[in-house]
Design a protein around this ligand. Structure first.
Ligand SMILES: NC(=O)C1=CN([C@@H]2O[C@H](COP(=O)(O)OP(=O)(O)OC[C@H]3O[C@@H](n4cnc5c(N)ncnc54)[C@H](O)[C@@H]3O)[C@@H](O)[C@H]2O)[C@H](O)CC1
Ligand SMILES: [K+]
Length: 479
């Protein structure tokens, strides 16, 4: 399995939240790297360490400390120590200086003189690289390739983009690569690569954590000014559900939230919040003859959330089926609407948000055993060809390829309406994120909001209390 630089950053952040600091990980990385160097070097060999100013260089500093007793080690830093970008890399640089290990500062692109080393450690650029190498890194890569030495690259050969695997016009030609935790893109199938376990707990990948939220702010340009138009198809027997759902979408960053509902309940839905755009249709509940109009409206929206408060009348379910058959976009399916999903032919990309009972009604697994439940939910998601967010004390999110588990939230959230809020958050996030990420982040956010409410006022929370906590849970200090 490969892991992209973006996912690696998320997992690293999640590990820190699990009390395994990045500095600990760097120590493991440097240690693993030193072991690999020992395997290719003879005692007393000259080892040149070429280090950039990020954590990739930091790993190389740690390795230098491990190796300095047995080898002739010189560390070449590309820039001034004050410009080292992270505190932990700087601390490891300071440790080299304090131990009087030989260091050089390369202040001019042409000034790097490696001498004639037996081994070069390439700690120039790692997963933090953006674009093709610039100076002085560029010249350092050329000098590394020119050396008649065994080159050991740290994490990725510098010049390889660790998100895409793309190789820049100038890139290190490594003899060996020590990559951390998992293969990075571009390293698949290479025989000169060692994957080093650096002690990241499995929980950092499995449980949704603050690192998963990093993707929300990673590339603001990618969805400039457009955080989505979410359309909620809901209401009929119930009016609160679609209103909660649409308000949650707004709180989770959607630009506009529409509620399509029967006209007798439209005023009531609007009464909950003037921010909602209510689009009534004639009748007391959703029926097949409404579908054509809804499909036309849905074309101008980014995500549809279908289900909250619709009820389960036969003709309503027929209408849901007809809608999904005709719809090709992104949809979140909740509540009674879920039961039509297994048999429906649709080109839509669905995130289904059942609780345990609804999952069973869909023909999904009934078993409650934790480990088994994750596997069974993943299998069911694969069979459906859709993404599942199964709600519970631990929420399970699966798309058939990857599975995530969310453990935020508390028993107070069994109150009615919290599921509608979750569906709305999912809808908003789904307009800018992939299905799995949207569902995972939504579950985490809904739970964090619930935890914040309970922390403030104890049990007895209302689903509507969650709404005001959503922005902080997503973007505030609690992350
Ligand atoms: N993720 C983990 O669990 C761990 C990763 N470790 C190592 O850390 C690097 C990633 O470190 P980071 O500080 O994020 O970035 P880099 O060192 O790769 O580079 C940042 C550095 O480079 C400059 N820069 C960026 N792009 C360019 C460019 N095109 N040309 C020149 N310079 C560029 C940028 O300004 C910074 O100064 C990862 O690979 C691992 O090696 C740790 O081991 C901890 C655990
Ligand atoms: K590197």
């Amino acid at each position: 399995m490969t892991i992209t630089a973006a996912r690696m950053a998320a997992v690293d952040r999640n590990a820190a939240a699990l009390d395994v600091s990045t500095k600990q990980l760097m120590e493991s990385s440097g240690n693993a790297l030193a072991r690999e160097v020992r395997a290719v070097a003879d005692s007393g060999d000259e080892v040149a360490v070429v280090a950039g100013r990020g954590n990739n260089g930091g790993d190389a500093f740690v390795a230098a400390r491990f190796l300095a007793g047995d080898y002739d080690v010189t560390v070449h830093l590309l820039g001034r120590p004050e410009t080292i970008t992270t505190e932990i890399a700087r601390e490891n640089w300071d440790a080299l200086r304090a131990a009087e290990i030989a260091t050089e500062r390369v202040l001019d692109s042409n000034a790097l003189d490696l001498g004639s080393p037996d081994v070069v450690i390439d700690g120039v650029l790692g997963t933090g690289v953006t674009g093709a190498p610039r100076e002085p890194e560029r010249s350092a890569i050329v000098a590394t390739n020119d050396a008649a030495a065994t080159v050991v690259s740290v994490d990725v050969p510098s010049g390889v983009d660790a998100d895409t695997g793309e190789v820049a016009d100038v890139a290190v030609e490594a003899d060996r690569v020590v990559t951390f935790h998992a293969l990075k893109p571009g390293l698949e199938g290479r025989e000169d690569v060692t994957v080093a376990d650096i002690g990241i707990p499995e929980a950092a990948e499995r449980f949704v954590g603050p690192g998963d939220l990093l993707s929300l702010s990673r590339d603001p340009q990618a969805h400039k000014g457009d955080f989505g138009r979410v359309m909620v198809i809901g209401g009929g027997p119930y009016t609160g559900a679609p209103a909660l759902c649409a308000q949650a979408a707004l709180r989770a960053g959607a630009d506009l939230a529409y509620v399509a509902c029967p006209d007798p309940v439209a005023d009531e839905v609007q009464g909950y919040a003037e921010d909602l755009i209510v689009e009534p249709y004639v009748g007391t509940r959703l029926q097949p003859d409404h579908v054509e109009g809804l499909l036309a409206d849905a074309e101008a929206r980014d995500v549809v959330v279908i289900g909250p408060g619709l009820g389960g009348a036969d003709d309503t379910l027929d209408a849901v089926r007809a809608f999904l058959e005709g719809y090709e976009g992104k949809a979140v399916v909740d509540a009674d609407a879920l039961q039509v999903v297994p048999a429906v032919e649709t080109d839509a990309e669905l995130v289904c948000t059942p609780h345990q009972g609804e999952l069973a009604k869909m023909g999904g697994p009934r078993r409650d055993d934790w480990a088994e439940r994750e596997t069974l939910v993943a299998e069911f998601a694969r069979d459906l060809g859709q993404t599942l967010l199964v709600k519970g004390a631990y929420d399970v999110v699966a798309d058939g390829d990857a599975t995530r588990v969310n453990r935020t939230g508390n028993p107070g959230m069994t109150v009615g309406g919290t599921g509608d809020v979750l569906a709305g958050i999912t809808g908003a996030l789904y307009s800018t994120q992939g299905a799995l990420d949207a569902a995972a982040i939504a579950a985490y956010t809904n739970g964090t909001a619930g935890d914040a409410v309970v922390e403030e006022m104890g049990y007895g929370l209302l689903a509507s209390d969650l709404l005001a906590e959503i922005p902080t849970a997503l973007w505030g200090e609690r992350r």
